[in-house]
Design a protein around this ligand. Structure first.
Ligand SMILES: Cc1ncc(COP(=O)(O)O)c(C=O)c1O
Length: 459
């Protein structure tokens, strides 16, 4: 990219951010005020990542629609980065939550709803033994701890470009073939060199080589990557992963926190994968904080050998290092039941996939009309637009072809035009309430973005 192109893009971003500031005075003021009390301006540091320059402050969100405190309306394809995949304020979840709020939210005793939830998790995802946590991060931490306990090994292998929450083991990436810390964040006293391995996604040979020493407790992976661009899985890769993990006695943890958008049983069920541990979170309780992990029978039996069921006659510490006091609380369980029973149904998945396909096809037509070297990927209810001709095979590909400046410009333009997408890359998620008119609104905005680039001599 030449300097003059990059200067034009920078100017366009400045213009969009100025337009955003002018049309969002109350959010701008709220953000300024928030910086007095919050470390990074908002209650979570993630909230500072929006390309308009600051986040909108939400007045109300319903279905896939959001209204901010300045009265601007949006079609939301970010959906809380999947936490809102059931749609905002889904009626069934609200009903279940209100009912449970009136009966007590957390007792460290189960409610009968949990029996239904346990059965349903097993039926959907195909693993028999489950534990609830308060987040997907926590579910991954628990899964890793169990993998280490039962294999007696220390290392965890992840794929470069992955994200699995605040899990130290996953904060590594490959740069020029060497493992380093993702984003150069502080190592936090954690010996990544000793405890982690990382290979590129879709690289079966590298994976086999990394597992050969039989020192890896588990491979932690998404079935396709959704956190560094959307990276589809290559044919045969899952078979290779499963064969190599089995051959070397390594456990396989499938993190479907995002890919649960593929179908009612996640990618795992759609493609008959056989993980030893299955993880999900975010949307699973309709936006009420929750994570889940499920163990195969064999994995559970190996764990019970290490940590048997507690004998209640004995006074003993039941510290386990997994989950927290609020894990599996009654409110979470009630809303999880509502989600599984009434929201994330096969019918609603079909609707989400239809709208995702509509969005992908329309975006492809815009790209084709202008002969742009860009592509669109759709997997289940998720779509990604990338400024490169072909889908990346791995993180290195994505890094090499990524146009961060254009992404920022597009995202700032979207915010001004009433479209929300995840701020980390150009990924769209559908919810059951997403209608064709919502998708068409995106198509129209995206077409205008391309016109804008054409006018500026950039496309
Ligand atoms: C695949 C995956 N796993 C785990 C997490 C962590 O989720 P949470 O932040 O809700 O703990 C994320 C968050 O984006 C994720 O994408």
């Amino acid at each position: 990219m030449t300097t003059s192109v990059s200067r034009i893009v920078d100017h366009l971003i400045d213009d969009e951010q100025a337009r955003f500031a002018a049309s969002h005075p109350r959010s701008a003021h709220a953000w300024k005020t928030g910086r007095r009390t919050f470390l990074y301006g908002g209650p979570s540091h993630w909230m500072r990542r929006w390309a308009g320059g600051f986040p909108i402050y939400v007045d109300e969100a319903r279905g896939c629609h959001v209204r901010d405190i300045d009265g601007n309306n949006y079609v939301d394809f970010c959906l809380g980065d999947t936490g809102g995949m059931c749609g905002h304020a889904p009626e069934a979840v609200t009903r279940a939550a209100v009912r449970q709020l009136e009966r007590g939210t957390t007792h460290m005793m189960p409610t009968e709803d949990s029996l239904w939830v346990g059965e349903e998790l097993g039926r959907r995802f195909g693993l028999p033994y489950w534990t609830l946590t308060t987040s997907a991060t926590d579910a991954n931490r628990g899964a890793i701890r169990i993998a280490r306990m039962i294999t007696g090994r220390e290392k965890v292998l992840v794929f470069s470009g992955c994200y699995h929450g605040g899990v130290e083991e996953a904060h590594v990436e490959l740069r020029d073939g060497k493992m380093g810390m993702r984003n150069m964040i502080h190592p936090n006293g954690f010996d990544h060199a000793r405890l982690c391995k990382v290979v590129e996604f879709n690289d079966a040979e590298a994976l086999e080589a990394a597992l050969m020493d039989e020192d890896v407790a588990c491979v932690l992976m998404e079935p396709l990557m959704t956190n560094f661009g959307m990276i589809p899985v290559a044919d045969g890769f899952h078979d290779a992963v499963r064969a190599a993990t089995r051959r070397t006695g390594t456990l396989l943890i499938m993190d479907e926190t995002h890919t649960i958008s593929c179908g009612p049983g996640g990618y795992t069920r759609d493609h008959d994968l056989e993980p030893d541990i299955f993880v999900a979170g975010k949307a699973i309780a309709g936006g009420i904080p929750a994570g889940i992990f499920g163990l195969s029978r064999e994995t559970a039996e190996r764990l019970w050998q290490q940590i048997p069921h507690v004998n209640p006659r004995q006074r003993q510490s039941s510290h386990f290092g997994i989950g927290g006091t609020l894990a599996g609380n009654a409110l979470t369980v009630a809303t999880m039941r509502a989600v599984l029973e009434e929201v994330l149904t096969p019918e609603n998945y079909a609707r989400m996939h239809t709208q995702a396909e509509r969005l992908a096809q329309a975006a492809e037509s815009v790209i084709a009309k202008h002969s742009l070297p860009w592509h669109v990927t759709r997997i289940g209810g998720r779509v990604e637009i990338m400024f490169a001709p072909d889908p990346p095979r791995n993180a290195a590909d994505f890094r090499a072809t990524r146009r961060s400046d254009l992404e920022t410009l597009l995202h700032a333009f979207y915010m001004n035009e009433g479209i929300l997408v995840t701020p980390f890359h150009t990924m769209f998620l559908m919810c059951p309430a997403t209608e064709p008119a919502d998708v068409d609104r995106h198509t129209e905005v995206f077409a205008r973005f391309v016109d804008k680039l054409t006018d500026a001599g950039l496309a």
